[in-house]
Design a protein around this ligand. Structure first.
Ligand code: HEC
Length: 208
């Protein structure tokens, strides 16, 4: 082998070795933590959870939040008694405390179809998709008993949940809960409608 051939073979061999080294460990899983040649902030002065700390009189490293601290995120006002919303009086309401219009009903239908229809069915008959997978069948909205519920009682069920049904207070805002109640009422009305519910001009059409 002359000199240039030797060099060529050497270069090719080391290239092949590099490819094997790089690709050969792909998909391999390692148990050891990666080597850290620059430990930087790994060893720093800190107090681990539950460890003692002589600095404070009670000797604890972990501190309670300062009194009056409000959590970041969520409903911050709920922690402030000045803004606390008291829902109990609403639970006793016979009828919806907000005007029922098209906008409210459409909002209610949207929320109902997202959160409630899986169990209650889009028509409120209690035959949602979950019942096919072994979940308890909820009562039909068209049963005598559920029809007789006050608006406030439905509002309460959405807020706090009932039996197998979880609460929706964290998912559906108070305003939106009334919209859902309005939609539940609309579903009930639709199933038990009489000819008197039909506007006069459309009634003639029906009676023909
Ligand atoms: C995971 C399934 C599930 C979802 C989702 C669900 N419910 Fe229910 N719901 C139930 C079950 C089960 C009951 C029967 C509870 C009981 O009486 O123990 C029930 C009961 C009810 C009742 C009757 C309460 C009563 O006093 O008898 C109403 C009204 C109601 N749900 C409305 C809603 C609304 C509105 C939503 C959406 C915000 C909703 N539910 C979401 C399962 C569900």
């Amino acid at each position: 082998m002359d000199q240039p051939t030797k060099i060529a073979v050497l270069v090719l061999a080391s290239l092949a070795l590099a490819v094997v080294l790089v690709l050969g460990v792909r998909g391999e899983s390692f148990r050891d933590p990666p080597r850290n040649f620059w430990p930087d902030m790994v060893d720093q002065a800190k107090l681990r959870p539950q460890s003692p700390n002589a600095w404070f009189a009670d000797g604890r490293a972990q501190r309670m939040p300062v009194g009056g601290t409000l959590p970041w995120g969520g409903d911050q006002r709920a922690a402030d008694p000045a803004y606390a919303v008291v829902l109990e009086p609403l639970y006793a309401l016979e009828k919806l405390p907000v005007p029922i219009d098209r906008r409210l009903l459409e909002a209610g239908r949207g929320i109902f179809d997202v959160y409630c229809a899986v169990c209650h069915g889009r028509a409120g008959d209690g035959k949602g998709i979950t019942t096919r997978y072994g979940m308890l069948e909820p009562p039909s909205y068209h049963s005598e008993r559920v029809r007789g519920l006050k608006a406030g009682e439905i509002f309460k069920t959405i807020t706090e949940g009932k039996g197998q049904m979880g609460p929706y207070a964290d998912k559906v805002a108070v305003e939106d809960r009334w919209a859902v109640v309005a939609w539940v009422r609309a579903l009930q009305r639709a199933q038990a409608a009489s000819i008197d519910d039909v506007p006069a001009d459309a009634r003639r059409e029906l009676e023909r």
